[in-house]
Write a protein that binds this ligand. Structure first.
Ligand code: MLT
Length: 234
């Protein structure tokens, strides 16, 4: 089994996802929200690329969730905070979500036979699952508006660390992510809070989201995309 990494959606054209297990990663905060929501009893999450698609689903009874530039959209029911997704009132509900980078990366992964959702919040569930399956793996970092970001690369490195005895590192990008994680793993919150996106989010006063998204293994769920909808099997 081989493992490779795509650092931003702008580079996805360089990869053939048609036979891969793709792990979509947006630690701050889209994939952390998906793990927190589905791990707290949300029934399903339908990721969509645009605000208009999300609003149309809102008309059909979905809870509308998301952000642009990190800020909740006024007309939406909830924003893009894991604490929004963990509200008890959302148990059993179907959510439609659109975010700046995370849902775009999911959208760009649709041709893959398997798409799963990763964040530090479900790191072990991701690693255990990847060990148990046989496809080559693509770690797909959502980044920020087409650029590299620290927190997604760090999580990709954590997955590489978990798979170092199982998978062949297929590029220098993978080796780089592995050593990045090796050097920063002792204080993930410290390093993640120094990322560009953490600075952006702290302007909105949401350091608690950054701290929460830096936690490891709060949930054991593995969100999977089936028919364009994310669910977890219990
Ligand atoms: C994204 O998809 O870009 C985000 O998760 C941004 C955020 O809400 O922090």
């Amino acid at each position: 089994m081989k493992i490779d990494i795509c650092y931003t959606p702008e580079l996805i054209h360089q990869f053939d996802v048609s036979d891969k297990c793709v792990v979509v990663i947006d630690v701050l905060r889209a994939t952390s929200c998906m793990v927190a929501g589905l791990g707290s009893g949300v029934k399903s999450i339908k990721p969509v690329a645009t605000v208009e698609e999300c609003e149309a689903l809102g008309q059909q009874g979905y809870i509308m969730a998301g952000e642009r530039g990190g800020k909740k959209l006024e007309q939406f029911d909830i924003g893009n905070s894991p604490f929004d997704y963990m509200q008890t009132s959302l148990k059993g509900k179907d959510i439609a979500a659109t975010t700046t980078n995370g849902t775009r990366a999911i959208d760009l992964s649709k041709e893959a036979p398997e798409v799963i959702i990763g964040a530090f919040l479900n790191l072990s569930a991701v690693v255990d699952y990847l060990k148990s399956q046989e496809r080559d793996i693509l770690l797909f970092c959502a980044g920020w508006k087409g650029k590299y970001n620290l927190e997604d690369s760090l999580f990709a490195g954590a997955v590489c660390d978990g798979l170092k005895k199982t998978a062949d590192f297929d590029s220098d990008g993978v080796t780089a992510a592995f050593y990045l994680y090796e050097s920063m793993q002792k204080d993930l919150f410290y390093y993640i809070s120094r990322s560009n996106h953490a600075a952006r989010l702290s302007k909105f006063g949401i350091m608690k989201d950054i701290e929460y998204c830096s936690r490891t293994d709060e949930f054991s769920v593995l969100p999977r995309l089936k028919n364009e909808v994310l669910t977890v099997s219990s």
